[in-house]
Design a protein. Structure first.
Length: 107
């Protein structure tokens, strides 16, 4: 029998909120939840917000969701500088990648 996270992952192809909450085990802020729902329903989504509110976390969640729910995908990741990619975005993706359950369902 498939673990809860495995069933959620299978259902999350068009619903990044399911992926974030049931596969990664994260609890999005209300604005992040709204953004995740919008991404699942629309081809294009624009988000305006201040500094330090969780945009990088949202980006990491969406990168992992898309990567793990699409076959042979490529995801361009942009930032204002190479330093921002190296010091902010890549570590955040790594942090959430480590939150993924093991393939055997033990976690």
């Amino acid at each position: 029998m498939a673990a809860h996270w495995q069933r959620s992952w299978l259902k999350s192809k068009d619903n990044p909120l399911i992926f974030v909450t049931n596969v990664l085990g994260a609890t999005p802020e209300p604005w992040q939840e709204e953004a995740l729902k919008a991404v699942g329903q629309h081809d294009r989504v624009s988000i305006r917000s201040g500094h330090g509110v969780g945009k990088t976390t949202l980006e990491a969640w969406l990168i992992l969701w898309f990567l793990l729910t699409r076959k042979d995908c490529k995801i361009p990741v942009a930032a204002n500088s190479q330093d921002q990619l190296r010091d902010t975005i890549w570590p955040e993706i790594g942090k959430w990648r480590r939150q993924l359950p093991s393939p055997q369902g033990h976690g």
